[in-house]
Design a binder for this molecule. Sequence first.
Ligand SMILES: Nc1nc2c(ncn2[C@@H]2O[C@H](COP(=O)(O)OP(=O)(O)OP(=O)(O)O)[C@@H](O)[C@H]2O)c(=O)[nH]1
Ligand SMILES: [Mg+2]
Length: 249
Amino acid sequence: MAKALIIIPTYNESQNMKELIPVIFHQVARNEFDLEFHILVVDDNSADGTGQVIEALAHDFPVYLLKREKKLGLGTAYIAGFKWALERDYQYIYEMDADWSHDPVYLLSFIHKMQEDNASCVIGSRFYQWRVSVVNWDIKRLILSLVGHRYARFVLGQMDIYDTTSGFKCFRREAIEALALDNITSNGYIFQLEINYRLFRKKMRIAEIPIIFKDRVYGVSKLSAGVIYEGLWLPLRLKLLLMIHGNKF
Ligand SMILES: Nc1nc2c(ncn2[C@@H]2O[C@H](COP(=O)(O)OP(=O)(O)OP(=O)(O)O)[C@@H](O)[C@H]2O)c(=O)[nH]1
Ligand SMILES: [Mg+2]
């Protein structure tokens, strides 16, 4: 039986985790693809006891905890999760948020789309063709996201992706293997764009499915000025690296 791993980075998400983990397993149980699903939670020593919640859930579900000492950012949490997955025999590797913004109801659609399009990566997109499907987001976030997307496309050229910064994704193992994980340096939202761009440069097929994205209900938002600054700088840096090192960067 092939295995899929859902990586969920967490920082103070105990309430969300308690409720989300059982729902995820319920959603993917006995699926048509005959896939066995596991979850890896990458927790940055959350003060609200997220780690203990996961340890308790691990008695009932195939959920694993990767503990890090302090808050080190989303990008490095995913890199640690990807390496953990590659050391084991997972064929499909997901990225997913802890705060219910990413509805587990879509999980199997990613695999369906991946097989249908023979894609290496499938993105759950909040912006798809001319649709914008975000619920509860304030207008500032929406504008920031749309402008950021246009800006990245302008700098990097045609990548043909509607939602370049979505964090709800599924990769084939081979796509993660092809990434030089130690060369990835972005850590905020723009981490997603860096991964997409690297896959795109390697001519990997990236597909999208439209999703409805809901803003978080519990917990505190982690959007910061540093994240926005990184978003401005990264597309330029990627472009520069490409000019200097070609496809080897
Ligand atoms: N391990 C780890 N996880 C993080 C870190 N920052 C954010 N996360 C997690 O990454 C996921 C996405 O972060 P969010 O804070 O939801 O980001 P967002 O959806 O853009 O913003 P809000 O929902 O408004 O907070 C959530 O599961 C967070 O708990 C971090 O530094 N380390
Ligand atoms: Mg969120």
